[in-house]
Design a binder for this molecule. Structure first.
Ligand SMILES: Nc1ncnc2c1ncn2[C@@H]1O[C@H](COP(=O)(O)OP(=O)(O)O)[C@@H](O)[C@H]1O
Ligand SMILES: N[C@@H](CCOP(=O)(O)O)C(=O)O
Length: 354
């Protein structure tokens, strides 16, 4: 019988897009989802026990077949021929990442699940392979890549051949079935294996003088809903507008001292933010009225991920930026909380001997 062991998994929050980099760039930020995992292998079968504290505690399912993290872990295990969780598994999640605010809570839950599956199955998967698994669930690479590898990261999805495209396009319900097999039965169909090498990434430099002020409205906006408002096609003018800015931004945020004139303009976007204005009252006012001219220290300001959080990148003046954003949101009837965050490292697994 395997020996008892425990380990922890720590995954950061992320802010995706940073203005023009829709579905391309992400930043890992200093709020974390932490899992403490204990295993006391035993011949007796038992269902894993999950406990949970922090953000989302009142709404997150504690059933392993419904919880996003454990469903992803089970998907990874099943793809390696392991159809159940080990017996006597207890899992405590402590979460600092608010749900549905554009700070990558679901991406963090998915990465935590991939890391959990990798550890429980002793699979020794490479970072690239773990990314493949994450991308079968969260199908835009910006959050999951930044959450896994950390820092300021750009990524693309490889163009897949027909078979690999079909494999990567199976419905989420087949990747993550929400039900266990009946007692004594096996799972039905084999889970869809991720194609190899779906996502590719590069880490950009990040100036350590820059902090991120997250202004977090007290309402949730699901990423799915915020993607539904986006158009299917764009004009060449709008695409060129974004590509010009993104090319400059990825280098400008690594320079010390950062150039506010360059960055403020380079964080503008025409691909997602204009369409999401209707979903985030106050977005237009906050992003247009808080500028380097009105707020010393501000470099640029944008919607964080799919929103509703607004991310201000700055070298100082954090409280003034956040409090003025709070007042602008209040005019629209939106209450907010705010935090000053640092760009941090990626996910960490800490194995401790019992
Ligand atoms: N730690 C977690 N454990 C389980 N499910 C989670 C966790 N974090 C997020 N989720 C799920 O992801 C949903 C939020 O995802 P999404 O709409 O993409 O917003 P965002 O990723 O911007 O926070 C939550 O409502 C919840 O269902
Ligand atoms: N590129 C995605 C990013 C979604 O990030 P989230 O943190 O809101 O889940 C998008 O803009 O839809």
């Amino acid at each position: 019988m395997a020996v008892a062991r425990s380990f922890t998994i720590r995954v950061p929050a992320t802010s995706a897009n940073i203005g023009p980099g829709f579905d391309v760039v992400g930043l890992s930020l200093s709020l974390h989802l932490s899992l403490t995992v204990n295993l006391t292998p035993s011949a007796e079968k038992s269902t894993p026990v999950i406990s949970y504290s922090g953000e989302g505690a009142h709404e997150v399912p504690l059933d392993v077949y419904k919880n996003l993290t454990t469903r992803v872990a089970l998907y990874v295990l099943r793809c390696h021929g392991i159809s159940t969780f080990p017996s006597h598994l207890t899992l405590h999640a402590h979460n600092e990442i608010p749900f549905g605010r554009g700070l990558g809570s679901s991406g963090a839950a998915v990465i935590a699940g991939v890391l959990l599956g990798n550890e429980l199955g002793d699979l020794n998967l490479s970072t690239e392979r773990m990314l493949d698994f994450a991308l079968m669930v969260e199908r835009h690479p910006d959050n999951v890549t930044a959450a896994l590898v950390g820092g300021f990261v750009g990524s693309y999805l490889r163009e897949l051949g027909k078979d690999a495209t079909d494999a990567a396009s199976v419905p989420l319900s087949e990747v993550l079935p929400e039900y266990p097999p009946n007692a004594g039965e096996e799972w039905g169909r084999d889970p869809p294996q991720p194609p190899t090498g779906i996502g590719h990434y590069v880490r950009f430099s990040w100036s350590s003088s820059i902090k991120a002020v997250a202004i977090i409205p007290r309402f949730e906006l699901s990423t799915a809903k915020a993607r539904d408002v986006l158009p299917a096609t764009y004009t060449r003018k709008d695409l060129v507008f974004n590509m010009q800015r993104l090319a400059v931004l990825t280098t400008a945020l690594g320079q010390t001292p950062p150039d506010a004139d360059l960055i403020y303009e380079a964080m503008k976007d025409r691909v997602h933010q204009p369409y999401r204005m209707t979903l985030v009252p106050g977005l237009r006012e906050v992003t247009s009225r808080i500028t380097p001219a009105t707020h010393a220290g501000l470099l640029g300001i944008c919607l964080s991920g799919a929103g509703p959080t607004i991310l201000a990148l700055a070298t100082g003046g954090y409280e003034e930026i956040a409090e003025d954003a709070r007042k602008l949101f209040a005019v629209e009837g939106v209450q907010v909380d705010w935090k000053v965050l640092s760009v941090c490292g990626g996910s960490v697994v800490d194995r401790t001997d019992p």
